[in-house]
Design a binder for this molecule. Structure first.
Ligand code: SF4
Ligand code: ZN
Length: 318
């Protein structure tokens, strides 16, 4: 990438120049720096403790592949147990590739892998739902349905295998986008929930953790490539969450001139969060957790969102 030498070891093949701190690193020092940073985040934020059983949401994309590979370091040291789950929503031309890569990566790292499809579990696919939706006057967005079912599968799988942590591959770009988006939309309720880990009061939800939260997306892409892993970089064809994309473009553009901007957005947010949370939570206590009368899953209403959607979808598909 540049002709300069690695600022760590002096090797003359550099793969990255970090403008925010001036570091130039060779492949080996770069990979080590990512692993060390993630392990430091895990320790500092107390995301994992010895004996945890961690379930990774493995899509086959760069973030989750990097996450699995780094958490495997803790597995190999016998600090944690590690399993992975891949969800096949039934998005043709996109998900097949991710599932194949996820299988390969899990096999290579010798990690127990669960693949759960919408087709087997709910007897429909996202493609089928969207085909029916397209005939509606006001079609729902794919992610509205997909997100609810994906969350349900993650939670159920984590509970089934008795996982103590559910790890996802959210990176620095994802997190700063969420902070800015929710701030600009005035959605303080969502904003105060953004963090290194979830703090659910309902013990039926496995705690979710985000160990890659301080790593920029670009560096994660480079990490998996330099580690020799195959990943798929394609995005989901239904992912045109336009406001998030606009914010993402803005942040990437701003980073070119101001290399530290994503770090400062995240750090600034972490500093003010306790204050907003304290003030905000006192006035918004949230709803008590109930149990869905249909499926027995945790819910804030008598019938959970997933069961609500299932009924609607089955009617549409009849
Ligand atoms: Fe599902 Fe939306 Fe994610 Fe695509 S982008 S997998 S439709 S939640
Ligand atoms: Zn339900």
């Amino acid at each position: 990438m540049t002709g300069n030498v690695c600022t760590q070891c002096g090797y003359d093949h550099v793969v990255i120049h970090r403008k925010h701190n001036g570091q130039r690193l060779c492949s080996s020092c770069f990979r080590k720096s990512i692993e060390q940073k993630v392990l430091k985040t895990i320790k500092k934020q107390k995301l994992i403790t010895k004996g945890d059983k961690v379930l990774v949401g493995l899509s086959g994309g760069k973030d989750s592949v990097a996450l699995l590979k780094i958490l495997n370091i803790l597995k190999e040291k016998n600090i944690i147990e590690l399993e992975a789950v891949t969800i096949d929503e039934g998005i043709s031309g996109y998900r097949e590739e991710g599932v194949r890569i996820a299988k390969d990566v899990a096999k290579e790292l010798d990690i127990k892998h669960h693949i759960i499809s919408f087709r087997d579990k709910y007897s429909f696919t996202i493609d089928k739902i969207m085909e029916a939706e397209s005939k509606e006057e006001h079609p729902q967005h794919a992610c509205t349905y997909c997100g609810v079912f994906r969350r349900q599968i993650f939670n159920q799988t984590a509970r089934d295998i008795k996982a103590t942590k559910l790890a996802t591959g959210h990176n620095l770009d994802d997190e700063t986008q969420s902070i800015l988006m929710n701030y600009l939309e005035g959605n303080i309720n969502n904003m105060v929930r953004i963090g290194y880990k979830t703090e659910s009061r309902d013990e039926r939800f496995t705690q979710k953790i985000k160990p890659l939260r301080e790593i920029p997306e670009k560096e994660i892409g480079l990490y998996v490539l330099e580690s020799g892993f195959e990943v798929h970089f394609d995005g989901c064809p239904y992912a045109h969450e336009s406001f998030r994309m606009e914010i993402g473009d803005f942040l990437r553009e701003a980073t070119l001139k101001h290399p530290t901007i994503m770090y400062s957005t995240l750090n600034g947010f972490e500093k003010i969060k306790p204050a907003i949370k304290k003030d905000y939570m006192e006035n918004h206590t949230g709803k008590p957790n109930k149990t869905c009368v249909k499926c027995g899953e945790p819910s804030s209403q008598d019938i959970c969102k997933s069961c609500n959607f299932l009924e609607k979808i089955h009617k549409k598909l009849e």
